[in-house]
Design a protein around this ligand. Structure first.
Ligand code: UTP
Length: 291
């Protein structure tokens, strides 16, 4: 199968954007975090360009009634930029915020039987490479006969307890940058118990069979339906799971807390072609007055 035909296998993406954004309060009382500016564009503007660049044509936003701005901004169509084709946009309201897995489960009828991508609405995935992380995930998903394929980012050992951490199959080559077949995913392990330092990173490609596992409705300790729990259940039933690592020149920019939001904004501001120098000198000035 050629690279092009494999990329055409995933044309739908679900973008969960209905969360409460509690870590960004009081800002999120006024504004959805998914539309916060990072430089000149809202977070979701980057996400949509990433999806269009990976061959996605149809996007389903999971929204809440508290965030009418998302539908207002994107409408029924979104034109990312001249070289990328337009995206068709649909919306489903998540009435109760019962977690990411619950949000994705709402997409069941929209997805039909097709494999689909999931892109968290509060996270930008940056790349300077020709093939994007999502394109590599789709390739791994198709060639690896995967049921669930995730993007992974290597994190410092002291931070593994904040994430889902993947366990590669024994013998997997972790140095090559190629996609890795998984033996398990462990949610928020202690550093001692972590099977690796590779954390699940806000992007998935999933087969429609995941809905069966999400709809079993098992709730985690926060009372939420957890996507990684559903993937684990599917793996126990024989489903294959793969992970594509972020490579040099790529980064995940999470906007979910003030530290990561400020960092993402500062990076975007200082690399702005017109105002980058101004932003950098403002940052230097602020630093020297702090010292
Ligand atoms: P997060 O867990 O980072 O978002 O979910 P949150 O729940 O809004 O964050 P905090 O912990 O309260 O600060 C990742 C993505 O999934 C969406 C969020 O909007 C975010 O874009 N999400 C999360 C939903 O759509 N529904 C949910 O029930 C939870």
């Amino acid at each position: 199968m050629s690279e092009q035909s494999s990329l055409q296998r995933v044309t739908r993406a679900v973008v969960p954007a209905a969360g409460l954004g509690t870590r960004l309060r009081p800002l999120t009382y006024a504004f959805p975090k998914e539309l916060l500016p990072v430089g000149r564009k809202p977070v979701l503007g980057y996400v949509m360009e990433e999806l269009a660049g990976a061959g996605i044509t149809d996007v389903l936003f999971i929204v809440s009634d508290a965030k009418p701005q998302i539908r207002g901004y994107f409408g029924e169509h979104f034109q990312p930029e001249a070289s990328l084709s337009e995206l068709n946009c649909s919306y489903i309201v998540q009435e109760e915020q019962k977690g990411l897995g619950h949000a994705i489960a709402l997409a069941r009828h929209w997805c039909g039987n097709e494999a689909f991508a999931v892109a968290f609405g509060d996270c930008i995935v940056d790349t300077t490479r020709e093939t994007t992380p999502l394109q590599r995930m789709v390739q791994a998903h198709v060639y690896g006969k995967s049921s669930a394929t995730t993007l992974v980012e290597t994190v410092p050992l002291e931070r593994v307890s904040r994430y889902g951490i993947v366990a590669p199959e024994p013998g997997a080559n972790l140095e090559s940058g190629d996609a890795i077949k998984l033996a398990d995913i462990v949610e928020k392990p202690s550093p001692e118990a972590a099977p690796s330092r590779m954390a699940v990173a806000a992007r998935w490609v999933l087969n429609a069979s995941i809905f069966e596992y999400l709809n079993r409705g098992a709730l985690d300790e926060r009372g939420e339906i957890n996507l990684t729990d559903a993937v684990r259940m599917q793996m126990r039933d024989g489903g294959l799971a793969w992970a594509a690592p972020l490579l040099a020149g790529e980064a995940r920019r999470d906007i979910g807390n003030f530290g990561s939001f400020f960092s993402a904004f500062i990076r975007a501001a200082v690399s702005d072609p017109e105002y980058g120098d101004l932003a950098a000198s403002a940052a230097r000035e602020a630093l020297s007055s702090k010292a």
